[in-house]
Design a protein around this ligand. Structure first.
Ligand SMILES: [Zn+2]
Length: 98
C-alpha cells in the first residue's frame, strides 16, 4: 500500500523526483532541489544554505566522528566566507584617539 504519490516532489533543477527523506535541500527560493544539483550550482548564495544545512545536521548527528567531519566542513565553509567578507569589507578608517 502506497500513499506517497501525493508527496512526490520534483527537483527544481533537473526535474527528476526527489526523496524528501535525504539528499534534498531547499534553495534560497524555497524550491526543492537535489543536494547534488544544488552543490553543482555552487553559487555564493548556496553557501549560506549549505552552512545552515550542516548546522542542522550537526544538531541531529549522534556519531562523534561524523560530527567532527560536519564541523570541519562548516569550518572550511566559514573560513572561505571569512576571506571573502574580509576582501569585500571597506578599509576601516583609523579611529582617532582621545
Ligand atoms: Zn536534481
Amino acid at each position: 500500500m502506497s500513499d506517497q504519490t501525493f508527496l512526490r516532489v520534483l527537483c527544481h533543477k533537473c526535474h527528476k523526483p526527489v526523496s524528501l527523506k535525504s539528499g534534498t535541500v531547499a534553495d534560497e527560493n524555497g524550491e526543492t532541489i537535489h543536494e547534488q544539483c544544488y552543490v553543482n550550482e555552487s553559487e555564493p548564495l548556496s553557501e549560506n544554505a549549505r552552512l545552515i544545512e550542516l548546522y542542522a545536521l550537526t544538531a541531529e548527528e549522534q556519531d562523534p566522528k561524523k560530527l567532527v567531519d560536519l564541523v570541519q566542513q562548516m569550518n572550511q565553509l566559514l573560513s572561505v566566507k571569512e576571506e571573502r567578507v574580509k576582501a569585500s569589507m571597506p578599509i576601516p578608517l583609523p579611529t582617532a584617539k582621545g
